[in-house]
Design a protein around this ligand. Structure first.
Ligand code: TMP
Length: 208
């Protein structure tokens, strides 16, 4: 049996954590075994790579290094967590997956799409999410939410508005290109409205 693969995406401050918890609860209550995970990360090695990627560093990081580290963490994640879970028949719910690479390293950092396609073809080897929820909201709203949160700001969160604008545009473009897989959820709506939208999509995914 093959399980289903869901990822959630969005710019910083889109409220992914709250929605992730809702989706997990909804699927569990429907009797589905859900493996909740994240990128970069999800494995011991991947979490170490995440620390390298997210820690603010003087002089920054070459964009190709960033792309390759994200991809290396993903290769490990696929091998150790995602594929085994799907093969067992469990569902996988990942906080970010490959769409983030297209949006952040492609849209944000400016790496050519065909380069990202090449490395993704290599790491994914044909695997893609069944459904990706894109939590969309204006960049300024997301940034305000990040600022009002307590805690340290990571290397990506330090970026300027224009960087996140490019990322948002790229995410929306991907949703337009693949409307059956990438579902745009208006993250600026009330929690109740967002949950209604999610429930409708999850119901049809469960019955598919
Ligand atoms: P998060 O916990 O906020 O999702 O942090 C992960 C950060 O890593 C976020 O700023 C997006 C970034 N990221 C990429 O740039 N490319 C990727 O492929 C992934 C998975 C995440």
């Amino acid at each position: 049996m093959i399980g289903k693969f869901i990822s959630i995406e969005g710019i910083e401050g889109a409220g992914k954590s709250t929605q992730l918890a809702f989706i997990e609860r909804y699927l569990s209550q429907a009797g589905i075994n859900v493996v909740v995970t994240r990128e970069p990360g999800g494995t011991q090695l991947g979490e170490q790579v995440r620390e390298l990627l997210l820690a603010p560093r003087e002089g920054g990081m070459a964009v190709d290094t960033e792309l390759l580290l994200m991809s290396a963490a993903r290769a490990e994640h696929l091998d150790q967590v995602i594929k085994p879970a799907l093969e067992r028949g469990d569902w996988v719910l990942s906080d970010r997956f490959v769409d983030a690479t297209f949006a952040y390293q492609g849209g944000g950092r400016g790496i050519a799409t065909d380069r990202i396609e090449q490395i993704s073809a290599w790491t994914l080897n044909g695997l893609q999410t069944d459904t990706t929820f894109l939590f969309d909201l204006p960049v300024e709203v997301g940034q305000q939410r990040v600022i009002s949160r307590k805690g340290d700001i990571d290397r990506f969160e330090q970026e300027k508005t224009v960087f996140f604008q490019k990322i948002r545009d790229c995410y929306l473009q991907r949703a337009e290109q693949e409307p059956n897989r990438v579902k745009v959820i208006d993250a600026n709506k009330s929690i109740e409205e967002i949950e209604l939208q999610l429930t409708a999509i999850l119901k049809s995914l469960i019955s598919a």
